[in-house]
Design a binder for this molecule. Structure first.
Ligand code: XIL
Length: 300
């Protein structure tokens, strides 16, 4: 195969990218994105501040631009994200307790009903666990509504769109030896045991010098999969852009049947949230394929 999407499809997987609605007028960007990728995540446009800027008033204009571009070009869409401590609109930041809990439920219902039947995977809850050695929850306004907020979010999501696969998504849960990874693993295990509806775990996989790729990544992927969930690599970028590390990530996903696909967090280095100077993606700022691109294509 000669593109990332077609190469991933040889093993029944997808290869995706984050898409920013503001760049859909850049023909170099859309040409590469359309050619190479067959799954799309809106980089910001389906987040809480974008979709419900005022309480009870939903706005899907930017989210729909990304969604429509993807579907009109034959791609599937990952929804990102419904319940998160970050990128909350001001009105939500100032809520707490039962009114925040209800606002979270209403938000999930509002967004998921708009996209009902259209989203392959939803990141229902994003980044709910703490960094460091606790293995516990991150403090946030949502967490302070009660420890059951995550399972309430998943149960709400299942009812809102039974066709979507429901994911828990986080960063720094790539290294199997880290407490945060174990904390998420134990939550997913508990959810599966108690019948809380969860279908997938998203490993964001933002690799850098503080959280580098580790060869136990394959153990992380296979361990989550063994709980009976799909695993997706959802926001891959590698600071420095090592071709060898990119190949290792691909090989680790391919080694696990339930690793369903890989999404990189942007098209060209110049599109990266990290800044082009860190060279984290598969195309350079001129749209040329990098060594990491060839390495990924050959590994798929
Ligand atoms: C980032 C976007 O790339 C930026 O444009 C935005 O300013 C901040 O959010 N984890 C996530 C993503 O789940 O939503 C974040 O995306 C990157 C980290």
């Amino acid at each position: 195969a000669s593109t990332l999407g077609a190469a991933a499809a040889q093993s029944g997987r997808y290869f995706g990218t984050a898409i920013a609605s503001g760049k859909l007028g850049d023909s170099q960007y859309t040409t590469i994105a359309n050619r190479e990728f067959n799954m799309v995540t809106a980089e910001n446009e389906m987040k809480i501040d974008a979709t419900e800027p005022n309480r009870g008033q939903f706005n899907f204009s930017a989210g729909d631009r990304v969604y429509n571009w993807a579907v009109q070009n034959g791609k599937r869409v990952r929804g990102h994200t419904l319940a998160w401590y970050s990128q909350q609109p001001g009105w939500m930041q100032s809520l707490s307790g039962s009114s925040l809990r209800q606002a979270m439920i209403d938000h999930i219902n509002g967004v998921m009903s708009h996209y009902k039947g259209k989203i392959a995977y939803w990141d229902v809850v994003n980044e709910a666990f703490a960094d460091g050695n606790s293995g516990g929850r991150r403090d946030s306004n949502l967490q302070r509504t009660g420890n059951d907020w995550i399972e309430v979010a998943f149960r709400t999501a299942r009812n809102a769109d039974p066709a979507a696969k429901l994911c828990y998504n986080d960063y720094n849960i790539d290294n199997w030896s880290w407490a945060k990874t174990q904390g998420v693993y134990n939550m997913v295990k508990d959810f599966k045991q108690r019948g809380v509806p969860i279908d997938c775990v998203g490993l964001q996989s933002h690799f850098n010098s503080n959280s580098p790729y580790n060869s136990n990544y394959r153990t992380t992927i296979s361990s989550f999969a063994a709980l009976g969930v799909d695993v997706a690599i959802t926001e891959l970028d590698i600071q420095g852009g090592s071709a060898q590390t990119y190949a290792s990530v691909v090989n680790d996903c391919l080694a696990v049947a339930r690793c369903v696909g890989i999404t990189v967090w942007g098209v060209r280095d110049s599109d990266s949230w990290l800044g082009a100077n860190t060279s984290p993606l598969l195309f350079d700022g001129n749209g040329n394929k990098k060594a990491a691109y060839t390495s990924v294509l050959n590994a798929l």
